[in-house]
Design a protein around this ligand. Structure first.
Ligand SMILES: [Mn+2]
Length: 204
């Protein structure tokens, strides 16, 4: 696959102004055609898996598919489960380098999530695992269907903010964002197509 990685103008990101958060948003980190190419490619190549977690003594299917790639042999706990990474796919490594170049941050892992339709979701949470450190930078790339990224203050759930994440967009969260805010992708009653979300993280 050939992709023109240098077609993008160096558009400055939008700064999303929320108290006690640092959020940068690139609506078109990738052009719509490039994002579609990535979407189709990642659908086929990522080792998508349906995970099962124990909840209230029952095994429950996680409402999305996921896969975790990293460049170190480390385990990482999220959603209460220990995960062992898969070595980088070359394509994911390319995306990582692009994201590093444009955000100025460093990453050593990517959590891939596939929201197959409107019924797939992720519940309110913060990315606050110990391995991420106190003020982690996390870059989130979206390909495919537009979903709404909802934020609410951890200490005041009435304070909310929504960001629509179209195909090819990138959000960078850093600073106190994970301490002060939670996020979710809510289920939708609308018929929605699939969305791939890649979140690049630096874990220790
Ligand atoms: Mn998250």
């Amino acid at each position: 696959m050939t992709l023109d990685l240098f077609h993008n103008d160096n558009f400055d990101p939008e700064r999303i102004d929320l108290p006690d958060a640092e959020l940068l948003f690139w609506p078109k980190f990738y052009s719509t055609p490039d994002a579609q190419t990535w979407f189709e490619h990642l659908m086929k190549t990522v080792a998508w898996e349906e995970k099962v977690i124990a909840m209230y003594g029952r095994d429950v299917k996680v409402p999305r598919l996921s896969a975790w790639y990293a460049d170190t042999q480390k385990n990482y706990t999220y959603s209460g489960n220990m995960h062992t990474p898969i070595p980088w796919l070359p394509e994911l490594f390319t995306l990582k380098q692009e994201v590093e170049n444009r955000t100025g941050e460093k990453f050593n892992s990517v959590l891939c999530n596939l929201y197959r339709n409107g019924q797939d979701s992720v519940a309110w949470h913060s990315d606050d695992e110990a391995e991420l450190g106190k003020e982690p930078a996390i870059a989130s790339l979206s390909f495919g269907e537009t979903r709404i990224f909802k934020l609410r203050r951890a200490d005041d759930h009435t304070q909310k903010f929504d960001i629509e994440l179209p195909s090819g967009s990138c959000v960078l969260m850093r600073g106190k964002t994970q301490q002060a805010w939670q996020h979710q992708i809510a289920k939708s009653t609308k018929p929605l197509q699939a969305r791939i979300n890649l979140t690049f993280r630096l874990i220790s």
